[in-house]
Each structure stands twice: as structure tokens, then as C-alpha cells.
Design a binder for this molecule. Structure first.
Ligand code: HEC
Length: 112
């Protein structure tokens, strides 16, 4: 009984995170231009711009983001996985929906 209750509350917490106030997480047609680039511009290029980027990692255009994801450090940093520097540095973690969209984009071959 207790277990069922705590699982239940966990389920609802997740559902709230996933759905927020703007409805279910939409992972259809995830692309660099519509989903990834706006986040890079708002949260990342201030430090990871084209010139003298932090950690030598530039995220200012499609090719540079692709290179960073392919280096194997990008997704772990955005997910705040153990062993990675959490990004955006000094900022808030991406929402579960944003992370889900990133993973979908990655698994779809990172369409531009
Ligand atoms: C305030 C500056 C700043 C912002 C904003 C920032 N970064 Fe970073 N980033 C750094 C610094 C500095 C490092 C070097 C590692 C460290 O000091 O934590 C780094 C390292 C990284 C790394 C390598 C991490 C590792 O563990 O190998 C990745 C990938 C990365 N950043 C991606 C991003 C992404 C994606 C965003 C936006 C969501 C972002 N960064 C926002 C400053 C920043």
C-alpha cells in the first residue's frame, strides 16, 4: 500500500515535469534550427561563441554543435550526468522535455 502510494506520487511528479503547463512533450520534427539553436543562442554561445570559446568548445553554428555532440561530452553535460561539467554553467538544468527533444534529435541523426 505504501509502495503503491509513493510510486503514484513519483509518477505524478514526473508527469508534471514532462507536461508542465504547455501540454505533452512534442518530440515530432525535432531539428537543429527549431529546437536546438534557440537554446544554444540563449544559454550557451555567451561562453561557447565563435571566438575564444570556453573549454575550446564552440556552439555557435550547426557544424560546431554537431562536432561537440559527436565528441561525446555534450549530452552528459546537459543532462548533468556524473562525470561531466553541468551545463549551462551557472544556469538552470534543461527541462525533461528539452532533454527528451535533444535525445530524439540525436537518435534521428541530428537533422539540421
Ligand atoms: C558561463 C559560461 C558558460 C555557459 C553559459 C555554458 N558553458 Fe559550457 N563550459 C564552460 C566552461 C568554463 C567549461 C569548462 C569546464 C568547466 O569549467 O566546467 C565548459 C565546458 C563545457 C562542455 C564540456 C564539459 C565536459 O564535462 O567535458 C560542454 C559539452 C559544454 N560546456 C556545453 C555547454 C552547453 C551545451 C551550454 C548551454 C546549454 C553551455 N556549455 C553553457 C562555460 C560555460
Amino acid at each position: 500500500m505504501l509502495l503503491a502510494l509513493s510510486l503514484g506520487s513519483c509518477y505524478y511528479d514526473n508527469k508534471e515535469d514532462m507536461y508542465g503547463t504547455s501540454g505533452p512533450c512534442d518530440t515530432s520534427n525535432v531539428s537543429y534550427t527549431t529546437h536546438i539553436k534557440p537554446l544554444m543562442d540563449q544559454q550557451c554561445v555567451g561562453c561557447h561563441g565563435a571566438t575564444a570559446p570556453s573549454a575550446g568548445i564552440s556552439l555557435h553554428d550547426y557544424a560546431s554543435v554537431l562536432a561537440s555532440v559527436n565528441s561525446g561530452r555534450f549530452i552528459g553535460s546537459v543532462r548533468w550526468d556524473v562525470g561531466y561539467s553541468p551545463m549551462p554553467k551557472g544556469g538552470s538544468k534543461w527541462t525533461p522535455c528539452q532533454i527528451q527533444q535533444l535525445l530524439t534529435w540525436y537518435h534521428n541523426g541530428m537533422p539540421q
